[in-house]
Design a protein around this ligand. Structure first.
Ligand SMILES: [Zn+2]
Length: 509
């Protein structure tokens, strides 16, 4: 298993959505997903026929099981197959499927109407977000013109500063066309969270500064190095800047999944927000998206031997999106391509990993369908290994040696705390005590004791961005199909580290 399969959020290519509405079905936890999905990366997007709305804006709520859209009906079916009725298990110790759809949110939630009534109070805590997600997902498929995805802004004029305070100021200072509803903002944020999180972390006007304490003293050195490449010198402007070729800034995204299947135009936002920079994005991971090529396509390869000239030794694809942006996808475990990506330079190379789940329990040999593994539930009795100790360990130690910055996101406050505590070897967040709103049900055996020293990782890094909220997280809930009470928001939080630099001090005793 790779570092990547461990992403807690997985995606599947959109099935029935308009060309603008990137809307992967997501399920939480790698363990409920068997293998890499065919992705839609880089596929030519056919012009759709003139849209004929199927649903009107006041007709967006439908029980998933009776949705007019097949993929939503299938989602309901999967939930009925993989999840269990919470009241039945917690009150009656019965493992039974939820065959009853809550009339208020339209998701399969309980064994029967009776059990639903019994659990209504607890369910109220999540019913609202389930309802919102239901309507959002019907809206995306409704066939309406997705105006919020049209006419997205391109080049940012040199003299117009971008404000990275939050989504609203970003939309305003980037001149996004009117985005007139919370729903539109949710749709956009779900798609743009990946490029905008990267942009906000790297930009000199970004929300992470020494003033607000998010950039540490050590972080200043790393960020100054990156800014010197990404931005004009202080006081410089377009006409005074020397027109010399810029070094390419490499953004290496490990454990790439959903983000690698975004239409490349969304990643172009980066080049438009950094008008003088050249970028090469690398999506690396066993579930990185690759173009689907027909069996008789001459570009289709079955042999991916490594060669000096053009082979990575793994399924790979490079797309030159523009003269300032290239995107390479490498379907491999990061550690397998690390040496080929080197040498590394902290001025131009930066790593990202979206929701790596460092502090989440290791999932050995992810089960293909937990639905058939009833006795899998609630078995964890000892302290589990976390993914930072297993699938991520080698990758992390290699990256820390490069001294390049690495930024992680997390999907909730507790997820963030778990990841941070895993690398520091400190106490994981206690999730049982403030249990009114549980992030995960108790049968998910989260770590409860500090993670032991991880060779090459613990004590080998400096904090460069302190853990905290990421203003450019997705605003849309992702609901777990194995337990619809569990919901997260992609990239809710962000933090950054860098390999420790050992100063060589001579002449001291
Ligand atoms: Zn409900």
């Amino acid at each position: 298993m790779s570092s990547i399969s461990t992403r807690l959020i997985s995606s599947v290519g959109p099935s029935r959505v308009s060309r603008h509405s990137y809307s992967p079905r997501r399920s939480l936890f790698g363990l409920f997903k068997a293998r890499p999905n065919k992705s839609l990366a880089f596929q030519p997007q056919p012009e759709p026929p003139a849209p004929v709305p199927t649903l009107s804006p006041d007709d967006l709520f439908h029980p998933l099981a009776q949705s007019p859209f097949a993929d939503l009906r299938e989602r309901a079916e999967r939930i009925r197959t993989v999840s269990i009725c919470p009241v039945s298990i917690e009150k009656y110790n019965e493992r039974v499927r939820p065959l009853f759809d809550c009339p208020d949110c339209g998701w399969p939630t309980h064994r029967s109407e009776e059990r639903w009534r019994e659990g209504k109070e607890e369910h109220q805590q999540v019913c609202g977000r389930l309802r919102e997600t239901n309507e959002d997902d019907h809206d995306l498929r409704s066939g309406r013109r997705m105006v919020e995805f049209e006419n997205m802004p391109r080049e940012q004029p040199f003299d117009q500063a971008i404000s990275f305070a939050n989504w609203d100021t970003l939309f305003f200072t980037r001149n996004f066309p009117a985005i007139d509803s919370d729903r539109s903002v949710r749709h956009i944020s779900k798609v743009l969270t990946y490029p905008m999180t990267v942009a906000a972390a790297l930009h000199q006007n970004g929300p992470f500064t020494t003033r607000n304490g998010r950039v540490t003293r050590e972080g200043r050195r790393s960020m100054a190095a990156l800014h010197s490449i990404l931005h004009l010198p202080p006081g410089g402007n377009e006409s005074t800047a020397p027109y010399t070729p810029q070094p390419v800034v490499r953004i290496i995204i490990m454990g790439a999944r959903a983000e690698s299947t975004l239409p490349p135009i969304h990643w172009q936002q980066l080049t438009w927000m950094f008008p003088r920079s050249l970028f090469h994005i690398y999506f690396v991971g066993p579930e990185a998206g690759l173009p689907m090529l027909a069996a008789n396509d001459p570009r289709r390869k079955t042999n991916y031997e490594f060669s000096e000239r053009d082979g990575w030794g793994c399924p790979a694809h490079t797309l030159h999106v523009s003269n300032r942006l290239s995107i390479t996808s490498l379907r491999a475990h990061y550690e397998e391509v690390h040496s080929q990506l080197g040498p590394f330079d902290p001025y131009t190379d930066v790593f990202f990993s979206f929701s790596p789940g460092l502090g989440f329990p290791h999932q050995p040999g992810r089960k293909t369908a937990v639905s058939t593994e009833e006795d899998h539930w609630g078995e964890v009795t000892t302290q589990p290994l976390v993914q930072a100790q297993t699938t991520w360990r080698l990758t992390l130690s290699k990256i820390l040696q490069t001294k390049c910055p690495i930024f992680f996101t997390a999907f909730s406050p507790l997820d963030l705390q778990r990841d941070v505590s895993a690398l520091y070897g400190t106490n994981p967040p206690s999730f049982r005590h403030n249990s009114k709103e549980r992030e995960f049900p108790d049968y998910v055996g989260l770590p409860t004791a500090p993670v032991e020293h991880i060779e090459g990782v613990t004590d080998e890094f400096e904090l460069i961005i302190t853990p905290g909220k990421n203003e450019f997280g997705s605003l849309k809930w992702d609901i777990a199909e194995w337990d619809v009470r569990v919901a997260v928001k992609a990239n809710w939080g962000l933090w950054g580290i860098r390999g420790k630099k050992y100063e060589v001090v001579e002449g001291e005793d």
